[in-house]
Design a protein around this ligand. Structure first.
Ligand code: MN
Length: 297
């Protein structure tokens, strides 16, 4: 086997909304992108009767897709297109901001138990980033069962199974649940990949996958060897290395500082085509101005 690069990217604990514990793995100082994936929050696992419900008030996005996948619990999504959608374990929400959208996320009133999942963002390429905003809910995704493995295709295509999720750049996203296993998994050598264990522990090509530490594998691999001594749940993300220079600030992905500054100003002024989220019982979020934007006056 050739000596291909690996990189360990340690997430950092943070709070989103009114008190939901998450571990943010992307972006990191060490790595900003894996294919088009530019953001990864591991949500929970948390018990809502201890942490309180998830409550993230109306906020805007540009230049990205939010990709939300739960393994336990529920989130109620509202957006400026009028979407009102509860996502449950094993389902996928994909919101495509295009040029501008706003949304809120909250635990539905009946939610009292565990919440556990991931929220990713993917960068929209130049050809799609100024397009129409869209929201898609996918209640059922393709699943591959073999070798004591269950592989759900969240994004892109794997082993002949294709996710229905809408994307704009060559991509793959899998949830792999395994019992006791030592099995090869083929991967696309044209894609870079990374793995994050979200339940249990595992090894990839003999390297330990540790909780909340992403293992970046680079491109050029045809396969990996996955080993678990007990049950584990792993997220694999990958894609064609993204070729455009992107900048991120707060909830915005853009191409220049001026664009990001303008998005903050327009959202805070109630302008910019972000629309309105109806029905959320709380305040809209305020965009923090970027450090490069000079203070008024
Ligand atoms: Mn959001």
């Amino acid at each position: 086997m050739s000596t291909l690069e690996t990189q360990r990217i340690e997430g950092h604990a943070a709070i989103v909304g009114d008190g939901m514990p998450i571990n943010r793995v992307l972006p990191s100082r060490l790595r900003r992108l894996v294919g088009p994936w530019c953001f990864l929050d591991h949500i929970g696992p948390a018990m809502i009767d201890k942490t309180g419900p998830l409550r993230v008030g109306p906020h805007p996005h540009i230049g990205l897709q939010t990709v939300t996948w739960l393994t336990a619990g529920e989130i109620l999504h509202r957006d400026s297109l009028g979407s009102l959608q509860t996502i449950r374990a094993g389902q996928l929400n994909v919101m495509t901001s295009g040029r501008a959208i706003s949304h809120s996320e909250e635990s539905p009133a009946e939610a009292t138990g565990e919440i556990h999942g991931v929220q990713f963002w993917t960068v929209l390429p130049e050809s799609a980033r100024l397009g129409e905003p869209m929201f898609d809910h996918y209640p059922v995704l393709p699943k591959i069962e073999r070798d004591n493995l269950s592989i759900t295709v969240i994004s892109g295509e794997y082993d002949g199974a294709r996710s229905p999720a809408r994307h704009f750049w060559p991509i793959v996203g899998l949830e792999i649940t395994a019992g006791i296993v030592d099995a090869p998994l083929s991967v696309n050598p044209a894609f870079e990949h990374a793995l994050l264990v979200i339940d249990g522990q595992a090894r990839v090509d003999g390297e330990a996958l540790l909780p909340d530490v992403m293992l970046y594998l680079g491109a050029g691999r045809n396969g990996i060897q996955l080993s678990c001594d007990a049950s584990c749940r792993i997220i694999l993300i990958g894609g064609k290395p993204f070729e455009e220079d992107v900048l991120m600030w707060w909830n915005f992905v853009g191409r220049s500082r001026e664009e990001l500054t303008r998005a903050c100003q327009e959202w805070n002024a109630g302008q910019g085509g972000f629309g309105e989220v109806q029905g959320y019982d709380g305040q809209r979020l305020i965009a923090p101005m970027p450090p490069w934007a000079s203070a008024p006056g």
